[in-house]
Design a protein. Structure first.
Length: 229
């Protein structure tokens, strides 16, 4: 007699799941934006959310510190500002845990025999350091970061490489994302896409995705997988 896990594996096309990191597993993005807002407020300026959203999930030449100097209309010591900001940011992150439901998804994926990958526009040092601190590093069969590709999201390269690393076809994988750039990258790469926006990405304009949830607590992974025939 087959158990439910065997049935899931035999009946459904999904063989792997690929996570984004920043904002999806670990909500660095909301903390970063709030701290930047505090910095801008100290200088009687504002960093519009819609402007900052353009930087989420990708890499651009935009510097919030240069933008602050432009808005303040006076010379600022950008090196000191940036160093102090990064120190404060890292202190905040040291106190944080993964987003709700992430560990449940990882545990369920292991129990279902799914391959687990990660595709992040951040670098490997950043991603691996935080995954290890959170006790999540060993769940992943493959980790692809900005160190592995010439172009990061919304370019599809990261997801193409992650699926290849897992030895799966893109359509055999679900990408879990929180940002519009990430969702577009996964969609272009041919993956199924489920989004879990956070506070700062919630209002983004996303491409056509399969499902959208506030968090991974909203639907157990086994139930989500069962939707893919």
């Amino acid at each position: 007699m087959l158990n439910s896990n065997s049935i899931l594996k035999e009946e459904h096309m999904i063989k792997g799941i690929i996570f984004d990191f920043d904002g999806l597993i670990f909500d660095t993005e909301t903390h970063q934006y709030h701290l930047l807002q505090e910095l801008f407020t100290e200088h009687s300026c504002e960093l519009p959310l819609e402007l900052w959203q353009k930087e989420i999930g990708t890499h651009t030449d935009f510097s919030p510190f240069v933008y602050l100097e432009e808005q303040a209309k006076r010379k600022l010591d950008l090196k000191i500002l940036e160093t102090a900001f990064q120190e404060n940011f890292l202190r905040k992150l040291e106190l944080e845990k993964e987003r709700p439901g992430v560990k449940d998804y990882l545990d369920t994926a292991k129990s279902l025999g799914l391959k687990i990958g990660l595709a992040s526009s951040s670098n490997y040092d950043w991603v691996s350091k935080h995954l290890k601190r959170l006790g999540l590093f060993d769940y992943f069969d493959c980790i692809k970061t900005s160190d592995d590709v010439e172009k990061v999201k919304p370019d599809p390269a990261l997801y193409i490489e992650a699926a290849r690393c897992l030895e799966l076809q893109p359509n055999e994988c679900i990408a879990f994302e929180d940002s519009a750039h990430g969702a577009q990258a996964a969609k272009t790469a041919g993956l199924n896409v489920v989004i879990f926006p956070n506070e700062v990405t919630n209002a983004m304009q996303f491409c056509d995705v399969d499902y959208r949830f506030d968090s991974m607590m909203a639907m157990p992974l086994a139930d989500l997988i069962s939707k893919y025939k």
